[in-house]
Design a binder for this molecule. Structure first.
Ligand SMILES: N[C@@H](CCC(=O)N[C@@H](CS)C(=O)NCC(=O)O)C(=O)O
Length: 252
């Protein structure tokens, strides 16, 4: 099995999953982890695009089968390696899956956009950022309100059992200081972040591609390096990196 990843929220979902499955007794002795250098643009190289046509990490190859999209990879691993991370009974399973979909459709894109306008969009005037910043900040706040209300009386997303719904949500929510989404405004989120962080598998998963001393507290030089990587990736002109773009470009 080969994991193509990078030290980012979507990448950490899968590395946390692998380490949680190790906690559940699976060995992953054949696992090869390849760090993809997003700053150098390795996600646009043909060898990466053969595995992941969407040009974004993470991606996984398992016995010749390629799979992309972090949450699809979580479900694939959860079904291949049965454990309490994903119940098999239909309704219990979909109690988990609805939150996985909620993360993929809402928290990931909204936090990603909020983060881009907060930290990375240095090539545009502050006035041009004002509307998207307000929009994504308000939606991120609304989502965290939904999540906090749901967590009342629960240790994890689906009750007392840690599942792939927690795995999918945690890397984005833990980065609230970086994306400047003030989760301390909500009563149950910080406790959940601390509870998830305390799990040994989660700690090891967060260490993929990151020096141990920087797992919880980035150095100033790391912040600057992540900001410049993010800045290059978020730049609107770089959205055009599609081999078909000149042929397929819509006219205004
Ligand atoms: N929906 C995708 C999103 C993946 C994604 O946005 N990955 C980012 C890193 S967190 C990436 O590879 N960015 C590179 C780029 O945008 O060029 C997933 O969940 O896997």
């Amino acid at each position: 099995m080969r994991l193509l990843t990078a030290p980012t929220p979507n990448g950490w979902k899968v590395s946390i999953m692998i380490e949680e499955l190790r906690e559940a007794g699976y060995s992953f002795s054949d696992l090869e982890v390849k760090m993809v250098d997003l700053f150098k643009g390795e996600q646009f190289e043909p060898s990466f695009m053969d595995v992941c046509p969407n040009q974004k990490i993470p991606a996984l190859t398992d016995n010749g089968f390629n799979i992309m999209e972090s949450c699809a990879i979580l479900q694939y691993l959860a079904e291949k390696y049965p454990s309490p991370l994903l119940p098999s009974e239909l309704q219990a399973k979909f109690e988990v899956m609805q939150w996985v979909y909620w993360q993929a459709a809402n928290v990931g894109p909204v936090f990603g956009n909020k983060l881009s306008y907060t930290r990375y969009m240095n090539d545009i005037e502050p006035a041009a950022k004002a509307h998207p910043l307000e929009r994504f900040a308000k939606e991120a706040q609304r989502l965290m309100g939904v999540f906090s209300r749901h967590l009342e009386g629960r240790s994890y997303v689906c009750g007392e059992q840690f599942t792939i719904a927690d795995v999918a949500l945690y890397p984005w929510v833990r980065g609230w200081k970086w994306s400047k989404v003030p989760i301390p405004d909500f009563p149950y989120l910080e406790d959940w972040v601390d509870r998830v962080r305390a799990r040994p598998g989660v700690g090891r998963g967060l260490g993929y591609g990151v020096p141990e001393s920087e797992i919880d507290q980035w150095s100033e030089s790391r912040k600057a390096s992540v900001a410049s990587t993010g800045g290059a990736m978020a730049a609107t002109e770089n959205l055009d990196r599609n081999p078909m773009s000149s042929a397929g470009k819509p006219s205004d």
